[in-house]
Design a protein around this ligand. Structure first.
Ligand code: CP
Length: 320
């Protein structure tokens, strides 16, 4: 595997899940695979889970790990060609990327949507340059449009906790004070569409996800109706994807707290498990009692980030 971006990059999901559970049973089984190999993790944005879980996964495989926070201690990077660099940016991404590639065998990159241009974000302008110029396999640690390590961990969690063969999984928009990217819901929709689940998306009008991700999933604008009989509720905020009105891309169109997942919402489900990728704003996205309930999976879900990262790194190491 040279790039990990989409669900299709991991191949058949049943095989990926088998590998995940094999690693979960013995996470040091492949501890020699990454010997004398270096994994470089590059963060343009903050992280707790992705940083720690990916680092741990690489160490479980015997790799050396270097972590770079681009905005803390590195030269400020210019990303546009043709710019006269007479401002505060000292280095161009086009030199920085191949230099970074020369110090490692695998590169993970986190670079969120900037919301300056839908076209730039949805063409994955930054990550595509890493793929093109680093000379090394690149895995996405949350880009402008996708967060595949998260979605793979979510799938592992659903597989572990499902109580019927084809569970009903509902992705629900929930309110948030700031404009958040669409990467998590995009990826989650993509992975759930590929998995053996009954998948429903619910959100207010104006929050329609890009068709390349939502595919043929059922969309229900009535949140309570969508929750009926659900086995898993996956809550997440996202800003306007600009599908209906491109001028609204990245805007917060709605802060309606009636969309907050609370006990009344959970009461109409099939005793559903609650999921969220974290970090989460309590009593905006979900109430204290729901996230603290025995049906909340937010902690095991985050723990599975180590497993999803380890499967991906293993696959990349095997292809070097
Ligand atoms: N869920 C997730 O990616 O968490 P971090 O932003 O803390 O890495």
């Amino acid at each position: 595997m040279k790039v990990f971006q989409n669900v299709s990059d991991i191949g058949p999901l049943d095989q990926a899940l088998r590998e995940a559970f094999e690693i979960k049973a013995d996470r040091y089984k492949f501890e020699n695979l990454g010997r004398h190999k270096t994994c470089l993790l590059i963060f343009f944005n903050n992280s707790l889970r992705t940083r720690l879980s990916t680092q741990k996964a690489a160490m479980n495989l015997g790799m050396n790990v270097i972590v770079l926070d681009v905005n803390q201690g590195a030269w400020k990077l210019e990303t546009e060609r043709g710019v006269v660099m007479d401002g505060d940016k000292s280095e161009h991404l086009l030199e920085a990327i191949p230099v970074m590639g020369s110090y490692c065998d695998i590169i993970g990159v986190r670079s969120f949507a900037k919301f300056e241009s839908r076209e730039d974000d949805y063409s994955e302008k930054i990550l595509q340059q890493f793929i093109r110029y680093s000379g090394k396999p690149v895995f996405f640690m949350e880009s402008a449009t996708v967060h595949p390590l998260q979605s793979f961990a979510d799938l592992i969690t659903i597989e572990e906790y499902k109580e019927r063969p084809r569970p009903k999984v509902v992705l629900s928009w929930a309110p948030h004070p700031r404009a958040l990217p669409q990467a998590v819901p995009n990826s989650f929709a993509q992975w759930m569409n590929a998995a053996d689940v009954d998948f429903v998306v619910t959100h207010p009008h104006g929050y329609e996800l890009d068709p390349q991700f939502v595919g043929n999933a059922k969309v229900d604008y009535d949140q309570m109706h969508a929750f009926e009989g659900a086995d898993f509720i996956y809550a997440k905020n996202w800003s306007c994807p600009g599908v209906v009105n491109p001028a609204d891309y990245g805007k917060v169109l709605n802060k309606d707290l009636s969309w907050t997942v609370d006990a009344a919402h959970m009461a109409v489900t099939n005793n559903a498990h609650f999921m969220h990728c974290l970090p989460v704003r309590r009593n905006m996205i979900v109430t204290d009692d729901v996230i603290e309930s025995p049906r909340s999976l937010v902690i095991p879900e985050a723990a599975n980030r180590e497993i999803s990262a380890q499967v991906v790194l293993k696959r990349i190491l095997e292809s070097l």
